[in-house]
Design a binder for this molecule. Structure first.
Ligand code: ARG
Length: 267
């Protein structure tokens, strides 16, 4: 392969010489092609696709959801191509740092701690934690789950708030690999509450009307902002993403995507 390429270049060089010899004023072409810019290749987007309606994977293996549509629209505006790769939440930030993923979209809350190790786009979605409990549970505020077994997705902001309430090392915090697994455990009775992002909890309840669950919100939960993450220092890609995000907000495509997934335009 390498040898072949070398032969091709030698041939090209000879051809150029021959042309020069013929007295034609053709410029001699460079013998080494410059490295393509990062955006000339398909960018790999990591997403933990077990987070409906933000990202999920269907039977055919296709990844779809609100986040996916947002990134596709941004890529369309910014002129780069993307490919989505299902990436478990637990290794997702590491995959970005190692360069195995170029960007991440995964309903990722922008936090001060995460900002230390990666860079975030401007916020593209607002969220809050929401508690899911059995309909007959005596839970009116977050404080009421203090002594309960609570399911969370490991390493999420839900894990963080419950850790603050109960103490990080509380044996009552059950940490799951994915949010659906935590919700399954609530169904099975292994935990008495689940704390996760409102959009996902609401979607789950709407699709399990017979599940016997209710949600409890608490004004004390901080407002969270989702951002698209890039490797720390990748200012070039970040600028493109931010510009693309501005563009899809300005031309109405963001609102269309929002309405398609959440039924109404954002407030
Ligand atoms: N917003 C929460 C966080 O950043 C949960 C995100 C989980 N996303 C996912 N695709 N599983 O911690």
């Amino acid at each position: 392969m390498l040898a072949n390429r070398r032969i091709t270049w030698i041939a090209a060089g000879l051809a150029a010489l021959a042309l020069a010899g013929c007295g034609k004023q053709e410029p001699v072409t460079a013998t080494t092609a410059p490295a393509p810019p990062a955006t000339a290749r398909v960018l790999v987007v990591g997403t933990d696709a077990a987070y409906t309606p933000f990202e999920s994977q269907n039977e055919k293996g296709e990844i779809a959801g609100f986040d996916i549509d947002v990134v596709k629209a941004i890529a369309g505006k910014a002129g780069f191509e993307v490919k989505f790769v299902n990436t478990p939440w637990e290794g997702i930030f590491n995959a970005l740092d190692q360069g195995d993923r170029d960007l991440l979209v995964s309903a990722i809350t922008i936090t001060g701690e995460r900002r230390q190790t990666m860079d975030f786009s401007k916020p593209y979605f607002e969220a809050k934690q929401l508690i899911a409990v059995r309909r007959d549970a005596q839970v009116a505020t977050f404080d009421d789950v203090k002594a309960m077994k609570v399911g969370v997705q490991n390493g999420t902001t839900g894990d963080e708030v419950v850790g603050k309430l109960q103490g990080k090392s509380s044996g009552n915090i059950k940490r799951f690999e994915s949010t659906p697994l935590a919700l399954k455990e609530l169904e099975a009775g292994g935990v008495q509450a689940v704390v996760a992002d409102n959009g996902v909890v609401e979607h789950y309840l709407a699709n399990n009307p017979g599940g016997g669950f209710k949600t409890v919100s608490d004004a004390a939960f901080p407002v969270e902002q989702y951002g698209i993450a890039v490797k720390k220092g990748n200012a070039e890609l970040l600028a493109r993403i931010n510009k693309g995000l501005d563009d899809i907000k300005a031309d109405g495509s963001y609102d269309k995507i929002y309405a398609a997934h959440f039924g109404s335009a954002p407030k």
